[in-house]
Design a protein around this ligand. Structure first.
Ligand code: PAF
Length: 306
């Protein structure tokens, strides 16, 4: 019998992975809240350049754990702040040798989830640069192709990362095993810690950060990240952190960052798992990151206001 791939978190990334896997014949089941039941005819618009653009795929939907299911392959695609609570709801259905792939931004949620698992269950963490958004509920647009770098975070499955990378590759996503995964997650966190708060505080598209007006703030945030990296022994990304940040600003110029979207729609942001995680690491190293502290407070205030 074919293994079912379960997906927890029906945001843009969760639905993108679900639809891509289902398109290549995988049995996919979305784990949803009790209010959302029944099977789903999921719409996916593939990224530019791919043969047939709009497709519909069938995915199963389940809203409650049961003794009938054993979740062996799970993609955890909630927001970082919801990962632990969401997984707790399904923990009783996890197989003894479950392999869980986490797609969350930032750092912190991986360690929180790892605490829920046994040594036989494997946790993998990924850094994702796919561009996707929801056109409407149940319909995802794969706007720009990126990649999924993944590696083992904890647990027994030494080959689990390779198995997930090949599953995702077959599904038409670019996926590669990158181990150790922690420096990769820190690199993504670093980029997010510069772009996300600045765009959210100033209500601007990512591209606006390329203007001279924001250069001093971008430079100060990058310099503080590098102090932490140096003390943690994390190398800069290829070409240097400032170069990486500039590249992301330019290549996502028209995007409204996820943090800006969260603030605009009155949702809680991922600041605690991005800037908050950086400040926590800095505190343990007795480093004072003034620029990050200031954007952290500004986002917390904006969350309260909204
Ligand atoms: O969180 C986001 O919005 C994205 O990670 C990024 C890279 C900042 C692009 O918008």
């Amino acid at each position: 019998m074919q293994q079912v791939t379960y997906v927890l978190g029906a945001g843009s990334l969760g639905l993108l992975y679900a639809a891509r896997l289902a398109l290549t014949g995988k049995t996919v089941c979305l784990l949803v809240k009790p209010s959302q039941t029944s099977a789903l005819n999921l719409g996916i618009t593939l990224s530019e350049g791919e043969a047939a653009l709009a497709k519909r795929v069938f995915v199963r939907v389940r809203s409650e754990p049961s003794s009938e299911i054993k979740i062996q392959q799970l993609i955890l695609a909630t927001k970082a702040g919801q990962a632990v609570q969401s997984l707790k709801n399904w923990q009783s259905s996890l197989a003894d040798d479950a392999e869980i792939l986490m797609l969350q931004n930032g750092m912190g949620s991986q360690a929180e989830v790892a605490k829920l698992l046994t040594a036989q269950q494997t946790l993998l963490a990924a850094s994702v640069t796919e561009g996707a958004y929801l056109a409407k509920p149940g319909s995802v647009i794969h706007a720009s192709k990126g990649k999924t770098q993944l590696g083992r975070w904890s647990g027994a499955g030494k080959d689990a990362a390779a198995r997930w990378a090949s599953r995702l590759t077959i599904a038409g996503l670019t996926a590669e095993v990158t181990e150790p995964i922690r420096p990769v997650l820190w690199h993504k966190l670093a980029v997010n810690s510069v772009i996300n708060p600045l765009t959210a505080i100033n209500n601007i598209d990512n591209g606006a950060l390329a203007s001279r007006d924001y250069k001093p703030q971008v430079d100060a945030l990058c310099a503080e990240v590098l102090q932490v990296f140096k003390r943690l022994g994390i190398e800069e990304p290829e070409g240097g952190l400032k170069y990486r940040v500039e590249q992301v600003i330019l290549s996502t110029a028209a995007n409204r960052s996820s943090m800006l979207q969260d603030i605009s729609s009155g949702k809680k942001t991922e600041i605690d798992y991005i800037t908050g995680a950086l400040l926590k690491a800095a505190k343990a190293l007795k480093l004072d990151l003034k620029a990050h502290q200031s954007v952290y407070l500004a986002i917390k205030e904006a969350e309260q206001r909204e």
